[in-house]
Design a protein around this ligand. Structure first.
Ligand SMILES: [Zn+2]
Length: 479
């Protein structure tokens, strides 16, 4: 009975519905005012914030505003797709089938089913089509996942998290941004480049804007000199383009700086590129591998609760950190190499965290810095690799990587040459899925070597940088 009522109200709704939502007000205008309404979705009564929609830049008028389910925008098949964008739409109350057609493209969904048929091909949906009851309007409506349907109907789409609106376009053509550095053009599943665009207030010069890749928190931080907090909180001054799954955008001000936090996903590291014109700032993002030509993970051994080896006042975790920080000074001056550091302070990432960082960003090399320990007479520099670890497909084995870096470190220390050592049991050399090396700079247990190491962090840092550069020159990463 409800179904019958739905068919009638959906098709005739324009003049029938009265309660709660004024007629002919666009959904996005609800969203701006943070309009919430009560729906019955999958038998559960829930309060939802209205999701708007636009088509070719114009707001779509709807009496059944959309809502979010997880990261999916659910939109009215009738108002948004049929009325708003001219898509042919039908619903069968007998079979529960929802059909959308646009040109030669056809999607057949079934209420409650996770699978759709796209031109006859079974395709998994992010969330099923639903019949949803609105308490405000006292009626049912069919909702479909907006991005999924748009994609398979040949429409382009992007999600603007600040206006809470999904923007559709009939044209699917788009230009990749001009590459301003070494990175490749980046795309998402929509085949489009994702970015956050921010307006630039007049008088704000480019030199007052810098950025920090806060990858441990999965975000980019824009640092802007001056207080622009209210400017950048204003929804008309920032938008997300070509990304319906964008996670969060926030702004803070303290100590003379405005900070804008751009976090595309909750737990995925993205590569970033910031470009500017006189009128706007754009923050492009995509997987690190598609953004950077060469990626290194540099690991300072031990840290936090794990001191590593010690001898009197010499502590391994501090020495490895100092060497890595010294190397960072060199890497910071070289934009051709993207470096992710497992730690830059006295923290303890687990061994699994260290390998995972390299694996998650798709690193081309993993480089771990340690200090050796044995009896007080043991001396020398040695470099460890695992012959049974990562299997190279590019020709760059862990052995090759280790044999390139070793002479640089050895000549920086001037210690005895202990050469390369095959170690198959070390966690980071077993679990890191890229060419991996672990260099033992010298012996902390030997007073003379410990003293010398403490005095030469900068020299070793330079050797870490130079050895990496030499290996990348010999075996450039292939993308
Ligand atoms: Zn160690």
């Amino acid at each position: 009975m409800k179904l019958q009522k739905f068919i009638i109200t959906t098709l005739l709704s324009v003049s029938i519905i009265g309660t709660g939502i004024p007629a002919n007000v666009s959904a996005s205008s609800y969203a701006v005012t943070k309009h919430t309404y009560t729906l019955k979705i999958n038998k559960k009564k829930q309060k939802k914030k209205a999701v708007g929609a636009s088509y070719n830049g114009k707001s779509i008028k709807t009496k059944a505003p959309g809502y979010m389910t997880g990261n999916t925008q659910m939109l009215s098949a009738y108002y948004v797709f049929k009325k708003g964008m001219g898509v042919s739409y039908s619903y069968s109350k007998k079979t529960w089938k929802v059909t959308l057609k646009r040109g030669s493209k056809k999607i057949v969904m079934k209420r409650g089913s996770k699978y759709a048929y796209v031109n006859g091909k079974k395709t998994k949906m992010p969330t099923p089509a639903r019949m949803v009851y609105s308490y405000n309007q006292k009626k049912d409506a069919i909702y479909v996942p907006g991005s999924f349907c748009a994609k398979h109907l040949g429409l382009s789409y992007s999600w603007n998290s600040s206006s809470y609106t999904e923007a559709f376009k009939s044209s699917t053509s788009s230009k990749a941004p001009a590459n301003q550095n070494t990175s490749a053009a980046t795309t998402t599943t929509t085949g489009k480049t994702s970015y956050v665009q921010l307006a630039k207030p007049s008088g704000l010069s480019s030199s007052n804007i810098s950025s920090t890749d806060d990858y441990h928190n999965y975000r980019l931080i824009l640092n802007i000199k001056g207080n622009y907090k209210s400017f950048y909180e204003k929804s008309s001054n920032h938008k997300v383009v070509n990304d319906s799954s964008f996670k969060s955008y926030s702004v803070s001000y303290s100590g003379g700086y405005t900070k804008i936090y751009i976090k595309p996903r909750s737990k995925t590291i993205k590569g970033f590129r910031v470009t500017q014109t006189n009128s706007y700032i754009r923050v492009y993002y995509a997987s690190p591998k598609s953004m950077y030509k060469q990626i290194i993970v540099l690991d300072a051994g031990h840290g936090g609760k794990d001191t590593g080896a010690t001898n009197k006042s010499y502590v391994e975790k501090n020495m490895t950190l100092n060497i890595v920080k010294a190397a960072k000074k060199y890497f910071d001056k070289d934009p051709s190499i993207k470096v992710y550091y497992t730690r830059l302070s006295d923290t303890y990432p687990s061994l699994a965290d260290r390998s995972a960082l390299a694996n998650n960003v798709g690193a081309d090399r993993f480089y771990s810095v340690h200090i050796n320990s044995a009896g007080s007479s043991a001396t020398g520099t040695e470099t460890l690799y695992n012959s049974k670890g990562y299997k190279s497909t590019s020709g760059l084995t862990s052995y090759k990587w280790s044999s390139t870096i070793h002479p640089y470190i050895r000549s920086a220390t001037g210690f005895k040459n202990r050469g390369l050592v095959d170690r198959t049991g070390l966690y980071v050399l077993r679990h890191t899925k890229t060419a991996s090396t672990l260099t033992e700079i010298g012996f902390i247990s030997n007073n003379k070597e410990a003293k010398s190491m403490k005095a030469n962090y900068s020299k070793y840092g330079k050797a870490v940088y130079n050895s990496t550069k030499a290996s990348l020159n010999k075996n450039p990463a292939k993308r």
